[in-house]
Design a protein around this ligand. Structure first.
Ligand SMILES: [Cu+2]
Length: 69
């Protein structure tokens, strides 16, 4: 299992965190997603394979929440 903490500047409210959590949870291999609207931090745990970090960041970009470094 792999775990990563990222900051997503586009997070503004709970609607944003819900969207991120729901969309990422739909990705096969993603185990857990925890998004915080105040810190704008997102913690993602996934199993690789089938999920890859590339898939996760691609999906985030697609839904309008690109990950910042
Ligand atoms: Cu929002």
């Amino acid at each position: 299992m792999t775990k990563k903490n990222i900051k997503i500047e586009n997070i503004n409210c709970e609607h944003c965190t819900n969207t991120i959590e729901e969309e990422l949870n739909d990705l096969k291999g993603v185990i857990s997603v925890k998004a915080n609207k105040d810190s704008k931090m997102v913690t993602i745990e996934w199993q690789e394979p089938p999920a890859t970090w590339q898939q996760i960041t691609d999906l985030l970009e697609e839904i309008g929440f690109p990950a910042n470094a």
